[in-house]
Ligand binder design. Sequence first.
Ligand SMILES: [Zn+2]
Length: 147
Amino acid sequence: MSRIDEVGSRDGWRCWLCDKPVDPDMSVNDPRGPSVDAVITKARSKSKGAATERLAHRGCNTRKGAVAAVAPWPTELFVVDPAPLVETAEALQRKGGRVVVARCPTERDGDDAAAWLLDRLSRLAPGLVVRTSVEPAGGQVMVVVQA
Ligand SMILES: [Zn+2]
């Protein structure tokens, strides 16, 4: 079994950054093809060589193209000032706590964003246990993630 097959089946053939499916049969030279990304979190960078390997599209991979890891929020969510997901997940893994990740115009939008986040974070940062809440904030709502 190749490294890509191993990491790919563990990650369910889904890119850890854009959250879209990765085709295992596509050429590794294609931007949409599979590649292994080495994710070095700040907490782990102290112990050398303890990078986590994640499946990414070649074009999304931080080693083979992108400068910094960026995990996009979906355009169908109505969120204002969304926090960067990779950095937020890293900070929560490192020191836990409570982070306001976005504001939404209505409670319904907040609930949608909170549900999406819970699911998204389970793949972005496996092993990180979080809960989300939606709290009123001056006519809007805040979406809060707590680790
Ligand atoms: Zn991708």
